[in-house]
Ligand binder design. Structure first.
Ligand code: ASP
Length: 331
C-alpha cells in the first residue's frame, strides 16, 4: 500500500496532445491521455495518477455544454475519498473559459488545476510535460486547497477569474493583467502569494440559457442586438469601450431587448477595470443603464457570458431583477 496522494488527470485535447502530421501539414490530435502522462518524467513520484479521457479536441471546439459536463465529472471525482485533486489538460485557446466555468461551479475544497502547452508533443522543447508535472504537483499540494480553480503554465499559477491568454505563440502567454499570478511552482514546493477574493458559485441543474456577446464597433447600430434577441437569447453581453461606453446607435436595441426581459450586461474591452457610469452622454453607461442595461464587473466578455448563462440557467427570473443581477455580476 502506498500513501501517495491520488490526482485524477482529465484530458480534453489541445496542442499538448497534438503532433505534426506531414500529410495535412499541421498539428492534429494524436496523443492519448495515458501517453500524455507517461511522457512526463518523475510524475509517478508526485502522486498516483488516474487518467480519465474526457475528449480529444482542439479547444475552439469546446462548448459551454462540454464545460458544464466536464465540471460534473470533475466534481464527482473530487468527492471520491482517495482523490486529492484534479488536473485538466486543455487547449490554450479557450482554456480561460473552461477554467472559469469550472470555477463558478466548483464547490469542493480540493484543488482543480488546468494546464496546456503552446508547443506540440513532438516539437523541440515541448512545454507540455513540465506543465503537467507542475500542475500535478499543485493539485496534490495542501496549499492549493480552497483556492478555486487554478491555471498553471510556465511554472506560474493563475486564478481562473483573472487569467487570460495574452500571446498567440509564446510559452509565457498566460497572464492575469492588472492582478498578477497567485503563485508559482518551485523545485521543493508550491508557493502561493495571494488568493482570489469574492469567489461565488452557482448550482444550475442544467445549462439552458443562451447568452451571446456583441462587441461595440465604431459606427455600429442596433442590428446585432436585434439579431441576438431574434435568436432567443435570454442574455446579451455587450463589450463596450473604456468605462463601458457604446456608440449611441446601440441604445435603442438595448432598450427594446431589456423591455422584452433580456438581461443586457455591459462590460469593457480593456483588460483591467470595471465599466461605470462616469459619463452622461448618449451611449455612455449612464445612458445604457437608464434603458435597462446593467454593469458587469472586471471579468472579460467571454467569462461574463458564461457566468450569465449559469446564473440565468439557475434562475431565469434574474433577467428582470436588475439589482440582483448587478450585485452578482459586478464583483
Ligand atoms: N489551438 C490549440 C487549442 O486551443 C491551441 C493550444 O492548445 O495551444 O486547442
Amino acid at each position: 500500500m502506498t500513501n501517495k496522494k491520488k490526482v485524477v488527470v482529465f484530458t480534453t485535447g489541445g496542442t499538448i496532445a497534438m503532433k505534426f502530421d506531414s500529410e495535412v501539414n499541421g498539428l492534429t490530435p494524436a496523443v492519448s491521455g495515458d501517453d500524455l502522462t507517461s511522457a512526463v518524467p518523475g510524475l509517478s513520484e508526485l502522486a498516483r495518477i488516474d487518467v480519465r479521457e474526457f475528449c480529444n479536441i482542439a479547444s475552439p471546439g469546446m462548448t459551454p455544454q462540454k464545460m458544464f459536463d466536464l465540471s460534473r465529472k470533475v466534481e464527482a471525482a473530487l468527492r471520491e475519498e482517495d482523490v486529492a485533486g484534479a488536473v485538466i489538460t486543455h487547449g490554450t485557446d479557450t482554456l480561460e473559459e473552461t477554467a472559469y466555468m469550472l470555477d463558478i461551479l466548483h464547490r469542493e475544497e480540493k484543488p482543480v488545476v488546468l494546464t496546456a502547452a503552446m508547443r506540440g508533443a513532438g516539437d523541440t522543447s515541448a512545454d507540455g510535460p513540465a506543465n503537467i508535472y507542475c500542475a500535478v504537483k499543485t493539485a496534490a499540494s495542501p496549499e492549493a486547497l480552497n483556492k478555486g480553480v487554478l491555471v498553471l503554465l510556465n511554472e506560474t499559477i493563475h486564478a481562473a477569474g483573472q487569467v487570460r491568454k495574452t500571446h498567440s505563440g509564446n510559452t509565457a502567454t498566460f497572464a492575469s493583467p492588472w492582478w498578477g499570478p497567485v503563485g508559482y511552482c518551485d523545485v521543493d514546493r508550491v508557493v502561493f502569494r495571494r488568493a482570489p477574493l469574492d469567489r461565488r458559485t452557482f448550482a444550475p441543474s442544467e445549462l439552458t440559457a443562451r447568452v451571446d456577446i456583441i462587441s461595440a464597433q465604431t459606427g455600429i447600430g442596433r442590428e446585432y442586438i436585434d439579431f441576438a434577441v431574434s435568436m432567443g437569447c435570454s442574455g446579451i453581453v455587450i463589450e463596450g469601450f473604456g468605462r463601458g461606453n457604446l456608440p449611441s446607435g446601440m441604445i435603442g436595441g438595448i432598450a427594446d431587448a431589456a423591455a422584452k426581459g433580456v438581461a443586457v450586461v455591459i462590460v469593457t474591452r480593456t483588460p483591467g477595470g470595471r465599466p461605470y457610469q462616469v459619463y452622461a452622454y448618449p451611449g455612455s453607461v449612464t445612458d445604457s443603464m437608464s434603458y435597462g442595461a446593467v454593469r458587469g464587473g472586471e471579468f472579460s466578455a467571454a467569462k461574463t457570458r458564461l457566468k450569465l448563462m449559469v446564473m440565468l440557467s439557475e434562475n431565469p427570473d434574474l433577467a428582470r431583477d436588475k439589482t440582483a443581477l448587478q450585485s452578482l455580476l459586478d464583483i
